[in-house]
Structure formats: C-alpha cells, structure tokens
Design a binder for this molecule. Structure first.
Ligand code: UDX
Length: 463
C-alpha cells in the first residue's frame, strides 16, 4: 500500500521507515528542504539507535523516498499520515496546531482521489472534527476520511516500540478508513498486538490519557522518594515492591529529577487546556504539572546544600544533559534549569554527554560550560559531580578513580545509577534520590539545619 507521511521528525521518520520495512511504499514529505536534502544524502537529522540503518535499507530497497513536494507524493496514496509537531503555543499551554492545519490546507489543495488522512501527531480532542470541517469547506467535491491513530513510541527505543507495540489505536467511524488502516497495520500487528478500533475522539483522548497517567506515575514516585529521604527509607526498594503488584506495574516508577522531553510536559499542559475548553477539570493532572515543574527547579537546591550552602566559585561537573539516555533531545530536560541556576549562583560548570553536547551548546543555560569528551575529564578537579541523565556508560564508571580525580569527592546522583554502599566504599560522599546518604568510613555526614548535609570537604590543595 502507498502511504504518505507528512513530517520527518521523530514520529514521522521512525513510523515512515518502519512502515516501509513492513513492505509498504512510503513517501516522507517535509517542507524543510535542508532536512530532505540531508535525508537524500543518507544523513539522519536525529539521534535514534538503529534508525540510520533502517532508513538506508528501505531507501536502497526503493520502498522509502523523501520529497518536499506534497503534490508529487499524493497520487496513489491510500493513507496520508500527519506527523507534524504540535508544540506548546506561547505561554498558554494550548497545543499549537498551525503545522497540522497548514499541512491539511495543502492536502485539501492537492488531493484528487479518496484517501484516509490519519493524525499521528498528538492533538487535542476534537481536532479530527476540525480537520474534517476544514477540508470539506475547501473541497466539497472530495471523498476522504479523517482518522486518529496516535503513536506511543519513546525516543531512544523508538524502532522497537513502533515495531512491537502493546496496542495499535485507530479512531474512525468509517468502514472504508478502518479497512485501509487494518491493512496498513496488519504486518506490525502480526505478533499479537491488538488493533483497537474506536471513535476518533476516544483515540485522541487515549494518547493524552496515557501520557498523563505515566507522568502521574513518575511524579507519584518522586514524591514518595522525598518522603523516603525524610524517614531513611529507600525508594528503590519501595518502588520495586510496589511495582510487583500487577495492578500497579513496575515501569515508570523510577524516581529522578522530574520528567522532561518533547511529550510529557507539553501533552499534560495541552490536556489541561483541552479539558478546560470542554468544561472538564483535571485536578490530578494539574497537580502533576506543577509538582514536576517545581521539582525540576528545586533540584539545584540539593546540589547547593550538598556543597555546604554555596556553589559560588565551585567547580561542578554535569554528567549527562539530555532529558533521557539514547537521545540527543534536550527539550524540557531537567539539566536546563540546573545548569542555568548553578551558573547564576556562580558555579563553574564542566559537562560531559555522549551525544547531547551539540544541541545543549545552543542553549543559553550552557553558554559558559566547559565541555569534555569523557566523563573523567569533566570531573577532573571538580568539587561535585552531578549525574542528571542515566547513560549506560556511567554505570561502568570507576568510582574510585572518580573520587581520586575530584577536588572534593562528592557525587550527587539524580538517577540512582549507583549503590550507595559501593559509592561510599570507593571514597565518595554520595547523595541520590530517595535513598539514605552515604559517605566513606570515618567521614562525618551529619545532618545540618533544615536537613542540609555537611559534607566533609578536603582541605584545598596548596598552591
Ligand atoms: C513518552 C512516552 O513514553 C511515549 O509513549 C510517548 O509516545 C512520548 O512520550 P519519551 O518522552 O520519549 O516518551 O520518553 P520516556 O521514556 O517516556 O521518558 C519521559 C521522561 O520521564 C524522561 O524525562 C524520563 O527521564 C522520565 N522518567 C521516565 C522518569 O523520571 N522515571 C521513569 O520511571 C520513567
């Protein structure tokens, strides 16, 4: 079947490549001529494991092509997917649908035969109705359907998520559209993933509800982690034990510095605004949004407290800056407020991230950061190291070597990568999330006022 994929961002490029791999004929369309040009040269504009090989193989097989010209792509297409961005609009939290509507207007101008237009972009409930109205007004002659089929893939594991989904959601009231989409998804659903057919509005809401629930789960365990710290409990033990109850489930119960990324922050906000527009209050989601925002801003307090109340003039190494591992995406990363505030407080920042550097360097928060090509170089002479992203390679760091190279052997681990006893045994004073603090034998790790930790600092090296 011929498929047109409008948008070659994360969702569009991964979905397009995976559909092509499932033996469909896919044309990826993007207005950004530079992006299409790079794709023609085999360059993948995003960092996603396995995507370059998948794109290359399907381009070579002739099943995947790219163009800037929608009109050229349309003839013969039975399914046209919208996979354009729906970022937050200004400060009001609404989803910005201008990319969606401009693609729709172009479609209305260019379509000649029946096709089903499918929104893969995450859009507010009711957007499918607006798309349909818009096309019908412009093209009363045209036969078409508008469906919703949200995408649930995660950055960093996007190909596996797309190819082995837990479920495929299709929202349409049209038999014709349902038959086309069944054929589109059949090769992917072969391994047992159910295709759930439902109304368009239910499909649109499913995506927001799923993201809001996952954001709630993370925020819930983060609050429990704070409580663990107060009472000397260990959030990793609590999370594991709680998560083994299948009614709860263990995934997305990892405490950390607060969720970030291109989806959860924008989609939870958009859901709130979408609810308001229909007179529905979503109080839990509202709380999740504000608790998470506050958490990301407050992470810096932990660092300042651990440094004895001031970071002015201190050298602090940031390990990992992307919003999660296996991506170069910096959107809404907790590292941004951390770097900005540490800079404002007078800290001297060094940093290491396996792939995030290029994007981070473009952000004002990282303007004065001293970047390094390996983690040990970044922590050399530092007064504190902060793990913000749990890149796998950090798990193999030699903790004793770290302790030896730092001016003050203080590790603040916002992702609970290490075991506190192992860090302490290596000579590090170690603070993590929701777990008891740990320090080398003989070190005085007394609680200061207001729960502040007094870290035993090494005497400054003599000049
Ligand atoms: C998310 C959804 O998972 C995906 O289904 C949807 O299609 C897009 O949004 P993504 O943003 O790529 O995917 O990343 P995800 O792995 O969900 O992580 C989001 C944020 O939550 C990250 O900042 C991550 O560090 C944080 N997180 C995740 C936690 O803090 N704890 C967890 O247990 C899981």
């Amino acid at each position: 079947m011929k498929i047109v994929m409008i948008g070659t961002g994360y969702v569009g490029l991964v979905s397009g490549a995976c559909f092509a791999d499932a033996r469909h004929e896919v044309v990826g369309v993007d207005r950004d001529a530079g992006k299409i040009d790079r794709l023609h040269h085999g360059e993948i504009p995003i960092h996603e494991p396995g995507l370059d090989a998948l794109v290359a193989a399907n381009v070579a097989a002739g099943r995947l092509t790219f163009t800037t010209e929608l009109a050229e792509a349309l003839p013969g297409a039975e399914a046209i997917f919208l996979a354009v961005g729906t970022p937050t609009r200004g400060e009001d939290g609404h989803a910005d649908l201008s990319y969606v509507f401009s693609a729709v207007d172009e479609l209305a101008g260019g379509m000649t035969d029946y096709a089903v237009i499918v929104s893969k972009s995450t859009v507010p409930v009711g957007t499918g109705d607006r798309i349909e109205e818009r096309i019908r007004q412009r093209r009363p002659d045209l036969a078409f359907d508008v469906a919703s089929s949200p995408e649930f893939l995660r950055e960093g594991s996007a190909i596996a998520d797309f190819a082995n989904p837990d479920r495929i959601v299709v929202g349409t009231g049209s038999e014709r559209a349902a038959a086309i989409l069944r054929a589109v998804y059949q090769p992917i659903a072969r391994d047992g993933a159910p295709i759930l057919f439902m109304s368009r509005r239910s499909a649109e809401l499913t995506k927001y509800a799923a993201n809001a629930f996952l954001a709630t789960k993370i925020t819930f365990i983060n609050e429990i982690a704070d409580f663990c710290e107060k009472v000397g409990a260990d959030v990793d033990d609590v999370s594991r034990a709680v998560g083994l109850d299948p009614r709860i489930g263990g995934r997305f119960l990892q405490a950390g510095p607060g969720y970030g990324g291109s989806c959860f922050p924008k989609d939870t906000l958009a859901l709130l605004r979408n609810g308001e527009a229909f007179g529905s209050t979503l109080q839990i989601v509202e709380t999740v949004v504000s608790v998470n925002e506050r958490r990301k801003r407050q992470m810096v307090n932990r660092i300042v407290d651990a440094c004895g109340g001031s970071v002015a003039g201190r050298r602090i190494a940031l390990l990992g800056v992307t919003f999660k591992p296996n991506t170069d995406d910096m959107r809404e990363s907790p590292s941004i407020p951390i770097a900005r505030q540490l800079g404002e407080l007078g800290a001297r920042l060094s940093a290491y991230d396996p792939v995030g550097r290029a994007r981070a360097m473009q952000l004002p928060a990282f303007a004065a950061v001293d970047w390094h090509d390996d983690p040990l170089a970044a922590i050399d002479g530092a007064d504190a190291a902060v793990i913000i992203t749990e890149w796998d390679e950090f798990r193999h760091l030699d903790l004793a070597a770290m302790a030896a190279r730092m001016a003050q052997p203080l590790l603040i681990d916002l992702r609970n990568v290490f075991r506190p006893d192992a860090a302490a045994a290596a000579g590090l004073t170690y603070l993590s999330i929701g777990r008891p603090r740990a320090a080398p034998a003989g070190a005085d790790l007394a609680d200061g006022p207001d729960g502040m930790v007094s870290i035993p600092h090494r005497a400054p090296a003599s000049a």
